[in-house]
Design a protein around this ligand. Structure first.
Ligand code: SAM
Length: 283
């Protein structure tokens, strides 16, 4: 018998991966957690039936969510990751010797436990001595801090279920307050193609733009995410991701990456016209 994982990208579009076996099926107080093994993408984690991370293409997402802000301001020392329970974002951050403290706050400890057991490719650096793990709602966590972080990375689920609060005005305002005067906020920004995702993308962009003087969007190609085209938000109190990129300095760090490079860093901000228009429109 063949086993397939199928995800509904829209009511009329489905995406399927042939599965070798299901490794985990658990319900936490927050969400349904499943881990599968497959020939094409290796092991993969889904939450509430939505793809979070696969062994074989995770490098694209984690390179882009971490190295773009780090190459813009290599002096970043204190980082907060909101969500990110698979550990991939933390893994990339630990490659920077200059980072002194990485706080990760995920609402669901069971996701972290599941990834520690089955997804070592992403969870392998959660035990780094600079990493502090907190299990609570990121929306509440960030309220407590002022000027405490140089970089906040929102590596969350989509804006429904437990991740909903991480796309609100209140949350972005609290992130602004929690950031240092030259702080950077990067968030996963949904896909621009399918309407339900692109509505969320426009709303998030509008809310962030109201707060941060620098507000840009960049893109990557991620095969297992809806439409394969994914966006990230870059907002900052001071640093511009293109003007302030010091390519020789980042290349001098000798960090080997499979997706990110400093040419692509600039190119990723060059958006297709339909995406630019959608972001400019105020509907
Ligand atoms: N790369 C992924 C994506 O965009 O599909 C995100 C991966 S990561 C597994 C998402 C994490 O966000 C999950 O572990 C989930 O528990 C966490 N999360 C969802 N809502 C949250 C909240 N309000 N506060 C903190 N973490 C949250």
């Amino acid at each position: 018998m063949e086993l397939w994982y199928t995800e509904e990208h829209t009511p009329a579009v489905r995406f399927s991966i042939k599965v070798r076996e299901q490794l985990l099926c658990k319900k936490s107080p927050f969400q349904q957690i499943d881990i599968f093994d497959s020939a094409e993408f290796g092991k993969f984690l889904t939450l509430d039936g939505l793809m979070m991370v696969t062994e074989y293409d995770e490098f694209i997402y984690h390179d882009m969510i971490v190295h773009v802000p780090m190459a813009t301001n290599p002096s970043i020392k204190r980082v907060l990751v909101i969500g990110g329970g698979d550990g991939g974002t933390v893994r990339e951050l630990t490659r920077y010797d200059g980072i002194e403290r990485i706080d990760m706050v995920d609402i669901d400890e069971m996701v972290v436990d599941a990834c520690r057991e089955h997804m070592q490719i992403t969870s392998c650096k959660l035990g780094d001595k600079r990493v502090n793990l907190y299990f609570e709602d990121g929306l509440k966590f960030v309220r407590r801090y002022e000027s405490a972080y140089d970089l906040i990375i929102v590596d969350s689920t989509d804006p429904f279920g437990p991740g909903e609060g991480l796309f609100t005005r209140e949350f972005y305002g609290n992130c602004f307050n929690a950031l240092s005067p030259d702080g950077i906020l990067v968030n996963q920004h949904e896909n621009p193609y399918y309407e339900s995702y692109s509505t969320a993308m426009k709303r998030a962009h509008r809310r962030i733009r109201e707060l941060f003087p620098v507000c840009r969007v960049y893109q990557a190609h991620i095969p297992t995410y809806p439409s394969g085209h994914w966006l990230f938000g870059f907002a900052s109190k001071k640093h511009d991701p293109i003007r302030d990129l010091d390519a020789p300095a980042w290349n001098g760090l000798g960090i080997e990456t499979r997706y990110y490079n400093t040419d692509l860093h600039v190119g990723a901000f060059m958006l297709p016209n339909y995406v630019k228009k959608a972001l400019e429109r105020d509907d």
